[in-house]
Design a protein around this ligand. Structure first.
Ligand SMILES: NC(=O)c1ccc[n+]([C@@H]2O[C@H](COP(=O)([O-])OP(=O)(O)OC[C@H]3O[C@@H](n4cnc5c(N)ncnc54)[C@H](OP(=O)(O)O)[C@@H]3O)[C@@H](O)[C@H]2O)c1
Length: 256
């Protein structure tokens, strides 16, 4: 039985991950902003599973977020076996019109916090000779995305960081997996006002299916996994075609 820390647990893919890890008998630490939802999630999980559930309510875009997480984990005397860096959001639109403050928060949550949490828990995992880290990228990790430039750039970081670290950790007992979902039926698109784009009309996966793919590949210690056949084809075309062809296609798919 592992102790699993998951960020972004109150909805979508993160919530589906919580369910998956809990149903397999793991102890869970939930990290999100909404305290009421976290409290309810803790009560609900403990009533259904024989596991321990703690939560940390914090805004990961705040400067002291990672320190707060570290203090809580230390005060509970816990060590983290599995880290799932899932929390995230989007701010889509033409770059000249998007909200800079939201974009800078996105860079903090997708890049800074993901990196800092990995740095925080990795030494303990290496010392114990066991650990799993799951970073949530995107099909956008593979292609620059006009109308969503900052989001795709942050997710490119997630993929590159995970890929490099995977190699560094070979033989340590610790693995890093990057899960790249495509359009998934969560609150993500609604919050970013992109529910009506072609991307979210063409092929949308359910978060439980995405989380199951992520969970299975994490257990196998896989390096990178793209969720779903359609998304695999999308990623393959981004690898094969020049950016001058991929760019207009991506732009067309996220046009509001
Ligand atoms: N849905 C898609 O189409 C899609 C596609 C590719 C990749 N992804 C990635 O999948 C991950 C999960 O997204 P989702 O689709 O499940 O979206 P979601 O339903 O909106 O869930 C996002 C979760 O992140 C938490 N969160 C957001 N900002 C936070 C912050 N500043 N501090 C702490 N927690 C925060 C939210 O909780 P609170 O509001 O309670 O804080 C929520 O639990 C993200 O990394 C996203 O980029 C999603």
């Amino acid at each position: 039985m592992d102790t699993v820390l998951i960020t972004g647990t109150t909805s979508g893919i993160g919530k589906a991950f919580v369910e998956k890890f809990a149903s397999m008998g793991n102890n869970i630490i939930l990290v999100s902003r909404n305290r009421d939802k976290l409290q309810q999630q803790q009560i609900d999980l403990q009533s259904r599973y024989q596991i321990s559930v703690e939560y940390i309510s914090c805004d990961l875009a705040e400067v002291d977020a990672v320190d707060m997480i570290m203090e809580k984990i230390q005060s509970w005397g816990l060590s983290i076996d599995v880290l799932v860096n899932n929390a995230g959001f989007n701010e889509a639109g033409c770059f000249t019109n998007t909200n800079l403050s939201k974009e800078l928060d996105m860079i903090k949550v997708h890049i800074k916090v993901l990196t800092a949490l990995t740095k925080l828990f990795l030494p303990g995992m290496i010392e114990r000779g066991y650990g799993r880290i799951l970073n949530i990228g995107s099909t956008g990790s593979y292609m620059p995305c006009p109308n969503d430039v900052v989001y795709a750039a942050t997710k490119a970081y997630v993929l590159s960081f995970s890929n490099g670290l995977y190699q560094e950790l070979k033989g340590s007992g610790v693995t890093v997996t990057c899960l790249c979902p495509g359009a998934t039926q969560t609150l993500f698109a609604e919050k970013a006002n992109i529910s009506n784009t072609l991307l979210f009309k063409l092929f949308v996966m359910q978060p439980e299916v995405v989380a199951a793919i992520g969970y299975n590949n994490l257990q196998k210690g896989k390096r990178v996994v793209t969720a779903g056949l359609y998304n695999k084809l999308l990623v393959l075309s981004a690898k094969l075609l020049p950016v001058s062809i991929i760019n207009p296609i991506a732009q067309w798919m996220v046009k509001v």
